[in-house]
Every structure is written in structure tokens, then in C-alpha cells.
Design a protein around this ligand. Sequence first.
Ligand code: SF4
Length: 366
Amino acid sequence: MKPTQTDTLPVLTGLRRAELEALVAQLDEKPFRAKQLEKWLFEKTVRSFEDMTDLSKAFRQKLTEQTVLSPHTIRQKISSRDGTTKFLINLADGQTVECVTIVQDHHLTACLSSQVGCTVGCPFCATGLSGFRRNLSVAEIVDQFLLMQHAVQQGALKEFSDHDRISNIVFMGMGEPLLNYDRLLAAIEILNRQIGIGLRRITISTSGIIPGIEKLMQEERDYNLAISLHSANPETRDTLVPINRKYTVATLLDVAKRYADHTGRRITFEYTMLAGHNASRENAFELAEALRGIHCHLNLIAYNPVDSPFQAPPRAEIEAFQRIMVKAGFPTTIRHNHGQDDMAACGQLRIQSVDNNEQPLPMVKA
Ligand code: SF4
């Protein structure tokens, strides 16, 4: 797709408070206009300058000519029986990215993507199977939230939930968030400070990018961390999460322990159960031994099959695994696989919608 003139204009949904204030000053408007603009963009989630009714016509005209509110749109939306709703978002360059709202008893959670595709290449993951295209911009990350929040306010989930605001965020969609570090943290700053989602309600989920976790530990603020572990056995993890060949599981668990000790926050380990690979009693004992001493919570997830040779184990095997972990002293939940009836694995909606404009991506291994 050819670049257009608007490609070079600032996209407002990706601007942090200071950047928004600088832009308003540059447009020769009074400082309080930045606050008004912020309210329309991030609180009321309007999608057009016309709707910003307390801004002067002249200011709106300047905004229209010299900025872009957002070039992103919802291309497709699919809800499953439990209310989990997947959105496929059109980006300005013709790429697409997925995000999801998950209905839980007391809140709505947004699952956001950080990259188009993923370099990590986990063989059981739809995104991993589709290769890597590029990192998302700050606006592309924040806008996933805003588009879903706008849809929720318009009643998109009313048959499933009374909530009209998304209160929790997990970076568990397409891509490896810590490989898009600076933009991720800039997006979290907007989600937290301008949109008002508490930092404790935002979780970064990584496949185990050790330099990223180390860097996160140096930040002034403490972030919730989830680690997609999937196996404590080095050889098995080499095949399930190929980044393990670079950042080994032993080093990863060491840094995870330091992260939990340093921040005082409990680490969540995500563990996708794959029959014949990581779901046996022996695997559970090995995991319990490896996690010893780490302040953590374990999430067991029954695999949601994509076009790959992997299968979920029987429910009884997952429950036996859970019993071993609980007995060993680890709080362990079996996570309901949200949206199983409608392509719940990350990247599946996008893969199914690939058309002539967007060819399937080549496989890139980390
Ligand atoms: S599971 Fe996560 S890290 Fe692995 S390929 Fe998929 S998106 Fe990337």
C-alpha cells in the first residue's frame, strides 16, 4: 500500500499527555484544550472530531487538517457463546491485528496484541505459525483498546454483560510484547494515566525474553508479569517455545524469582496443556521442583487446537496435574478456554481472514 500524506501526520490515540500538550501548543491553542481533547479521545472514545462538541470549530478544523484521530477500524467481530468477542482490526498499511474482550463475572478484560505476527514461532500457536511482519505503533496498541471500549459502549456485548467499561488488560494477543518494549511501555502509560486503567490491572505476558524482564525490573513502576512457560524441561521447552534455545528455562526461572522478589508481585506462569508433551504426572513433579521458591500462580490452559499436530489432554489429566501442583504448594487454576467455539487461539481470526491483499506470512524462528 502506497504511503499517503496522512501517514506523516500525528495519530492522536498514540500520544502521551506531554505529547498531546505539545501538539495543542503547536496548534496555537490554550493549554486546557489538551485536557478537553484527552477526555474526548480516551474517556468518551469518540471516533470523529465532529463529535468533540465543546471544541471550537476552528480548533476542530486544525485537528482535521494537521492530525489523524485514528486510521484504524474494526474489520470483523465474532462473539462466542460465553461472550468472548474477537475483533479483527484494520491498520493503516493494510495489515490486520486481533484483539479480544473476555467477559468475566465481575469485569471485562481486553487482550491486546503488540506485534503483527510473532518471531518466537511456537509450533502450537496460530500467530507463531503465521510468521512475523512488524511491531505495532503506540497508537495501534492503544487503539485496539479504544475500538473495543467504543464497541462495548455502543452495546456490542450487552447480551453477555452489564459492564460498559473494560477494566483489565492483558498483553497476551499476537506477538511478544517485550520485543516491542518502548512502544509497549508508552502504550501502557496512556492506558494507565490517560485512560485510567490501574497498573495492577494490566499484565504483560512474555514467552521469556530475559533482557526485557531485566529491563522491566529497572523501571520506576512495577508491572504485573506473566510468563508463558509451557514446560520446565529444557528439551521439551526448546521445541515448544523456541526462544528457550537462546534464553534457557533455568535462567528464565532465576530472573522470574528475582522479578517477584524485587517487585513484591506474584508472577503468573501460563502453561498450555499439550497431550504427550507436557501434561503427565512426571511433568507436573518436574514443574513443581523447578518453581520452588518463586512467589507465583500457575494457570493451566487446555490447548485450543489450531492447524498443528498438538492436542489437548483429557480433562482428568489436567485435573491430576493441578492436584499435584496444589499439593506441592502452588496456587493453580485451570483456565477456561474462552471462546473455544470461535477460533480462540491467538492469531486464528486473522489467519482465517487472510485474503488476496495480505498473503500468509513466512515462518520466522527466533
Ligand atoms: S505463543 Fe506467544 S510467543 Fe509463542 S508464537 Fe504465539 S504469540 Fe508468539
